[in-house]
Structure formats: structure tokens, C-alpha cells
Design a protein around this ligand. Sequence first.
Ligand code: FES
Ligand code: FES
Length: 168
Amino acid sequence: MSDVTLDVNGETHTLDVDSSTPLLYVLRNDLGLRGPRFGCGLSQCGACTVLVDGVARRSCTLPVSRVDGEITTLEGLSGDGELHPVQQAWIDDQVPQCGYCQNGQILTAKALLDRNPNPTDEEIRQGMNGVLCRCMTYYRIQAAVRHAADAMAADASGSGPAREEVIR
Ligand code: FES
Ligand code: FES
């Protein structure tokens, strides 16, 4: 066991844990953050995704000692009581079915839009294709990412949101 310091959602935590422990276990079991989910445990499904310095990372296989940046979990995405535009789009488009994968979908979408604020549908599919959904919500995810991009662009320009018809 050793002391590991993590910056999570704007707070610093020092924990006495085995340095090889996957970040996912520390977030869920030690810090009580239930946003990241255990799916495959093999970096295959994306359910455990968190952001490390804004980059989507799979926390189920990331040793806690190798984390070298600010961690954002789903719990840290909203600020000052305001949902992030990606979260709002997910609600407006009623994306989830069972919901199990949606932590990974939302955080991956956030990272995608941060690096590409105006993706094409093909770029959305490519950017999201490593996050699996057994409920096949992929078309609603694609629509919600588009709507979140539009909302973020409208926020940036100071104009109101302009929503297209939602494709379900
Ligand atoms: S639980 Fe981490 S990728 Fe599946
Ligand atoms: S909503 Fe059920 S796994 Fe994606």
C-alpha cells in the first residue's frame, strides 16, 4: 500500500491504496463515485470511462499510480447546478434505455466535442464507436451529439439554441 494523490472533480484526495489498483475501483469504492461503471474490465466496452485532462480514458485498466492529470467523472461534468450541454442533449433526446453504458457515452461525447466542436455524422460515429451499447442506442447518441454541438456553438456565439427535428 502507498499514498496516492488524485485530483477528482476539483478536489484533491490522498488515499492509501495498492498502486496497481485500477482507477475505477478507487473512484467507486474509495470515493463513492458511481458514474463510472464496471462493464468488461478489459478496456473493451467503455462503461468505465473518465476524463483525464479532458481525454477519455478507460479506468478499469488504468493503474491508479499511472494517473497523471485532473480526473473528471460524470459527477463532475455539470457545474453551478447547470447541466453540461451534452447531458442536456441526452435528456432532450431521451438517449438511454437501460443506461448502463451511458456514463461512457456522455464522457466520450464530451471529449469528442472538445477536440472537434463541429463533427460530421461520420466523425461522430468514428469518435463514439469504441463505446458499446447493448441496447443499440447508437442513432439517438449520434443525434444527441449533434444537438449538443449545436447548443455549444449557440452558447459560444450568444445566440439561442436551434434544434432540428430529433431522429429516433
Ligand atoms: S469496464 Fe472498462 S472498458 Fe469495459
Ligand atoms: S443504454 Fe443499455 S447498454 Fe447502452
